[in-house]
Design a protein around this ligand. Sequence first.
Ligand code: GLP
Length: 235
Amino acid sequence: MQISRYDDYGSMSVKAAEFVANEIIAKPNLILGLPTGATPIGMYRKLIFMYERDKITFKEVKTFNLDEYYPIKRTSKHSYYKFMFDKFFKGIDIHGENINIPDGEAKNPVAEAASYEEKLANVGYADLMVLGVGANGHIGFNEPAEVMKANTHVELLSENTKEQNARFFNSADDVPEEAITMGMGSIMRSRKILLLVSGETKQEALAALNRGIITPKIPVTYLLLHRDVTVLTDI
Ligand code: GLP
């Protein structure tokens, strides 16, 4: 695991965008795993800028988002579906059929999770998985627990996560109870991982990586088992 520290959020985001762009240039039909949250917004902006300057094209790229709230309407201003279109997809030349996001409107979320995992398996999992991290060390919505689920599944959100994510809603009570998320196995099967750690609230998660101890109580520590992880941080 290589950890690189940047002076500020802007320079970390530029580096993250360059990292992703280089992967796309090397493999135009990249399978790209993507996160939501405040952390990757700067990277998405910079990638749009690079696309507008003809530095990269997403024509052959396939994306797989990490997670989505459940239940949630795609049109809800809080859905990750809407977030991804607003912050990224509408600014680039990706084809709609190459975008994959767990369906927060699915009638049966368990079946949706299984079919999402199958779609990932069919493409051989991500070539590059970009990740953020929750203040409690969660990855996607894999919450701290006694055990971790390997595959895409339905997860009950922790109180901590609901409080953290309340900043995007009116209150913690408005945050959906559940989410559909890739499991730690779905994530670890990626060939390469880029983890972005931004903001003071993530200090504990970063410290856990530096300690080098793997525990499901801090899900991000599972990444210590992966052979190709780059961490970019501004803290
Ligand atoms: C959410 C997402 C995670 C994300 C985390 C951190 O809970 N499910 O994938 O990494 O928030 O978000 P932020 O970048 O806003 O701190």
